[in-house]
Design a binder for this molecule. Structure first.
Ligand code: PMP
Length: 296
């Protein structure tokens, strides 16, 4: 995967620079300790124009992530939104993945810094929104304990846990992992939230031990619009495996059906599941074919 070429520009601390020419300091606290915050955002080419989906929510979460762990966040979010659109324009990107990262300067101590930098980069990412379904395994790795970190913050260091889980799942022949929380209940995927369907209702793990996904929230909003009952609760592995169907959701993942969990195959056909309905509604929403925003 080539993320940039000699023409690519990135946004760094208020300026647009050639990606190729930018450097990072090898004594940075972010590099050594994973002390940085980031976002994953999607832009879609819609019939109106290129639109960045829920951009405000993503920059709000970036600020909140920084505040939770005491990384300074001195930037004006409206300005960041404006510059994000400019970044897409400068790189001639329409369907894209956008990655803002707040990172810390040279500092080998374990004390949160007084200053931070922000960079925003983007690369082409075609809309997928397809029908593939995943073979998933319950990971031997748990999500970080909320008493050891702020799990609701999107902090770089947390993704060591995600890399371990995905790598382990793939090495066993699965497409993706599902991680449990510290009580061995269902938490989330390495980079996505989960919903299960049982008897015509959707269930998703309550907030507390998971990242509060923006897509998870969108799914809940869509359920309200579509009159689908959705319940946030603790979900055991037994409930997960007895569900009729299940899906992951996330900015990058969008909505993707789960075919199997370990050796359990979901009986319901994906096309007949609530997940498939949500998948279609989500696609219409991000592509602005239906403007649920006015209803929500
Ligand atoms: N959980 C984790 C651990 C994630 O990294 C992500 C991706 N940001 C999600 C859930 C889904 O969040 P969102 O819908 O905001 O992309």
């Amino acid at each position: 995967m080539q993320y940039y070429n000699s023409n690519t520009v990135i946004y760094v601390n208020g300026r647009f620079e050639k990606a190729e020419e930018m450097k990072t300091d090898l004594y940075g606290q972010s590099l050594h300790y994973g002390f940085a915050a980031f976002e994953g955002i999607r832009a879609y080419k819609t019939h109106n124009a290129t639109r960045v989906f829920k951009i405000k929510e993503h920059y709000d979460r970036l600020q909140r992530s920084c505040e939770l762990v005491n990384i300074p966040f001195p930037w004006d979010k409206n300005e960041l939104i404006k510059q994000t659109y400019k970044l897409l324009e400068l790189n001639n990107l329409k369907d894209a993945y956008i990655r803002p990262l707040v990172y810390c300067e040279p500092n080998m101590t374990l004390i949160a810094p007084q200053e931070a930098s922000i960079m925003i980069c983007a690369w082409e990412w075609g809309a997928y929104l397809g029908n593939k379904q995943l073979k998933v395994c319950v990971s031997p790795f748990q999500r970080p304990n909320p008493k050891s970190t702020f799990v609701e913050a999107k902090i770089s260091g947390h993704y060591v846990n995600s890399i371990l889980a995905t790598t382990d799942a793939k090495s066993k022949g699965f497409d993706e992992a599902l991680l449990l929380d510290m009580n061995e209940n269902v938490a989330e995927a390495p980079g996505a939230n989960i919903f299960i369907e049982k008897n015509g209702k959707l269930y998703t793990p309550s907030l507390g031990n998971i990242l509060a996904g923006i897509t998870r929230n969108t799914v809940i909003e869509l359920c309200n619009v579509l009159d689908i009952e959705v319940i946030e609760k603790t979900i055991s592995v037994a409930e997960l495996k007895k569900a009729d169907s299940a899906f992951f959701c996330g900015t990058a993942t969008e909505i993707i059906g789960i075919h199997t969990i370990d050796d359990v195959v979901y009986k319901q056909k994906w096309n007949d599941s609530i997940g498939a309905t949500i998948q279609r509604a989500y696609k219409n929403l991000v592509l602005e074919k239906v403007n649920y925003e006015v209803i929500i």
